[in-house]
Design a protein around this ligand. Structure first.
Ligand code: ZN
Length: 451
């Protein structure tokens, strides 16, 4: 049996995909999301228009390791009115205006008292900051510093029509069964309100990746998770602890739409296959990139890489967590994410998956001295195409290292050739009978699980 998934990465129209990803971001952008509540449900229902996502509800007060599923927060309206009755801050204009998870309030108060509940960014006077208070019950508003500085003394009416009650934490999950139960995990956070790069770009990329992979025959099984940051992954890990050993490779996905270069943060293990594969793809891409070691700060890789799990999960982004001025502000908007960047991020993820799917060991069927390539028509042409020097070197490396001990990624790294060039050589050598799959390297196919 040969398991040789061809994800056909070359024929992807990345510009069209970038546009589709952008359109989904634009559709989700106005919704006020949080770590719980109807905004998350509505967002996941929109994603269900693209993929058959299963929506899970975990009740408030469910213990999850050292944490507890919080009360559910919902909001309908909020504003601050001045003495003339004019709304100077209006939730309907931007959901970032309300401190996320604010408790309800309706009260008149002087400016001095109100100011204790106002947040702005003096160094960016026209941007609204994004602030939350999930675990301390309080209320507040976020506004531009320009508005804050212009407020005259007087009485203000503050109104937040929200609720913080028993309910549930909502997350979305899609499981695509492959030929083995070994899993690849792709995880994004779904808790941010109107922020495009942080959150929505990841949601959109994971959605379209799931849609694309659902049309392929896959070696690995794939699990896609759309969960609130931190509490979502803690909850998922707590509920699914018994099956996490199936996760063989994983990535957390966010910040994939800005114009910065690609950046990879390694898993805690540092030398997991996913770390090597992403490094190889970035190196082969002829684009600028950075690679950093694991640190226990950032997205949900923090939970997957906690010492009790230590899963091979890294984080592949463009501009990293907290490193760009627009991060967690109203400037992370629909102008900040770029269609070509979204398309390029999608292509990069697909290239990573193509390596994971095809990375296995082969056996040279003619290992005693070099086989005669010329008489098989392999030396100057391959698959009807003229060979390049790289193609010829790839054939020689594959024949030499296909002793059952080396994977194609080992060979690509050692030969300093792109994985796609190595994969192409393998395909031609198999067709010529010079190579066969090493049965030891093939995952045993098992019955598809219903979960
Ligand atoms: Zn964030």
């Amino acid at each position: 049996m040969t398991i040789n998934t061809d994800l056909d990465t070359q024929s992807i129209d990345t510009e069209r995909l970038g546009l589709e990803m952008y359109n989904l971001i634009a559709e989700l952008y106005p919704i006020c999301r949080s770590i719980t509540g109807d905004g998350v449900r509505k967002s996941l229902q929109i994603i269900q228009n693209h993929i058959p996502l299963k929506i899970h509800e975990v009740p408030t007060d469910t213990p999850v390791f050292d944490w507890t599923v919080p009360k559910e927060w919902n909001i309908r309206d909020a504003y601050i009115k001045d003495e003339t009755g004019k709304k100077i801050v209006d939730f309907q204009k931007s959901n970032l205006h309300v401190l996320n998870y604010s408790i309800p309030i309706h009260k008149k108060m002087p400016l001095s008292e109100l100011k204790e509940h106002l947040f702005s960014m003096p160094d960016r006077p026209d941007w609204i900051p994004y602030r939350t208070s999930y675990y301390k019950e309080m209320w507040g508003f976020c506004l531009t510093d320009r508005t804050l500085q212009s407020l005259p003394d007087g009485d203000y009416e503050v109104y937040i029509d929200s609720s913080l009650e028993q309910g549930s934490l909502t997350y979305g999950e899609l499981f695509l069964p492959g030929q083995t139960t070994d899993e690849v995990l792709l995880c994004c956070h779904s808790c941010h309100p109107s922020l495009c790069n942080d959150n929505l770009s990841g949601i959109s990329l994971v959605t379209f990746l799931a849609k694309h992979l659902s049309q392929q025959s896959l070696r690995y099984s794939y699990r896609f998770l759309f969960m609130p940051g931190t509490i979502g992954s803690i909850t998922w890990l707590s509920l699914n602890e018994s099956q996490v050993s199936s996760i063989k490779h994983g990535l957390t996905v966010s910040n994939v739409g800005d114009s910065g270069h690609l950046a990879y943060k390694k898993s805690r293990r540092g030398n997991a296959d996913i770390d090597r594969v992403v490094h190889h793809i970035l190196k082969s891409s002829a684009q600028e990139y950075t690679i950093s070691d694991f640190s226990p700060y950032g997205y949900d890789e923090r939970q997957f890489c906690s010492p009790g799990f230590n899963l091979p999960v890294g984080s592949l982004t463009r501009s990293q967590f907290g490193t760009y001025p627009e991060y967690h502000t109203s400037a992370d908007n629909l102008d900040f994410v770029q269609i070509p960047a979204l398309g390029n991020s999608f292509e990069t993820y697909l290239n990573v998956i193509d390596v994971l799917e095809n990375n296995q060991s082969y056996l040279n069927t003619n290992p005693k001295c070099e086989p005669q390539l010329g008489k098989r028509g392999l030396y100057s042409t391959m698959g009807g195409k003229q060979t390049t020097p790289d193609d010829r070197m790839a054939m020689l490396w594959v024949l030499n290292l296909s002793d059952g001990e080396h994977t194609l990624l080992d060979i690509a790294e050692r030969a300093d050739l792109n994985f796609s060039t190595i994969k192409n050589a393998v395909s031609n050598l198999i067709n010529s009978g010079l190579l066969e799959v090493c049965s030891r390297s093939v995952d045993k196919p098992v019955p598809v699980r219903s979960r």
